[in-house]
Write a protein that binds this ligand. Sequence first.
Ligand SMILES: Nc1nc2c(ncn2[C@@H]2O[C@H](COP(=O)(O)OP(=O)(O)O)[C@@H](O)[C@H]2O)c(=O)[nH]1
Ligand SMILES: [Mg+2]
Length: 395
Amino acid sequence: MQIGIVGKPNVGKSTFFGAATMTPVEIANYPFTTIEPNKGVAYVRTPCPCKQMGVTCTPHNSLCIDGTRMVPVELLDVAGLVPDAWQGKGLGNKFLDDLRQADALINVVDVSGSTDIEGVPGEPGSHDPAEDILFLRTEIDCWMREIIKNGFSKIARAARMQGSKPEIILHERLAGLNVSEAQIKEALKTVPLPEDPTKWDDDLLLSLCSEIRRIAKPMIAAMNKADIAPEGNIERVQSVNEMCIATMAETELALKKAAAGGLVEYTPGDSTFKIADGVAINDGQRKALDYMAANMEKYGGTGVQKCIEDAAFKMLDLIAVYPVEDENKFTDHFGRVLPDAFLVPRGSTAKDLAYRIHTDLGDKFIRAVNARTKRTIGADYELQDGDIIRIVANK
Ligand SMILES: Nc1nc2c(ncn2[C@@H]2O[C@H](COP(=O)(O)OP(=O)(O)O)[C@@H](O)[C@H]2O)c(=O)[nH]1
Ligand SMILES: [Mg+2]
């Protein structure tokens, strides 16, 4: 699962990314963290079954802190985007390249309105942040349409001869964008295209791309710089985007650094922090901490952790499931207890989980066992949040 952090320049994307991926403990075996500088790992929290089941877990792909399982999600700090990037302006291509892989997007907007449409800094209130949401959507839609259109007339004629279905043609055109055929089919229900692909015009394609984007690249808005937002700006952004969280990335980063330095006690996601026992702070620090505390009280926290968790659990509707090999001890092959937490879309089946673990396990799936109830379950069993599942497969 990968979440792209997108938006125009200077809204706080890198600050958000830095804050979200600054974690107290790293998972040693996590593969890509060192490969690319703009990729990192954040965590979403979910109750670990260990307490309920009365076992001590030994997590492998995730962490467990006092019964709270912290499951990694990949974050991508995408290059800033300016209007008309799809026509090759600015950093457009790099942006769009990063975007291909994302399952969901966090659109960071400067809710204080202190950066213009191209990200040039100004006074708070000088720009309407709702515009940033609309421009980003249009950019992605136009970019997707360009991909479909590129060299299309020849392909369209061939496809017409062969009578290929629109979803097949489009899926092929959008290969590499992490858009499934099912998602394209769903989009086509709202924006039907003529059977004859030579009749697909620009307007129709743009409407369709808009629908595909909505389905395949769902977007939550991080209304950042909420600490300096003028009255009314939050409501304006909320009126144009379904999912929005007020965030203060700078505060989150400062608090995480202060916590790492032993100055404060702060758990990401909490609405408060406390100055660590026995620590003396100076007037400047006191003022800064008071400023942060007051804003956190107003918004119920810095919003950074909440934004990532809402993206995973509300927008993508993911649930956590725990595959095991031994349904009595809840262990894997190596005797590790509740080793892995997998995030899967709600509605996934036992067989989907088998495929997620290994293609082979999916192909050779016989049945599964719900380790909580010890009951045998079939391929079609719909996984529930917190399920512990043993897959039984042919050797
Ligand atoms: N007041 C305020 N400033 C912020 C916040 N988050 C980021 N900034 C500032 O916004 C500026 C741009 O941040 P940066 O992360 O580099 O933006 P990017 O270009 O979108 O990656 C920096 O000066 C940050 O300190 C915030 O929550 N509140
Ligand atoms: Mg940046």
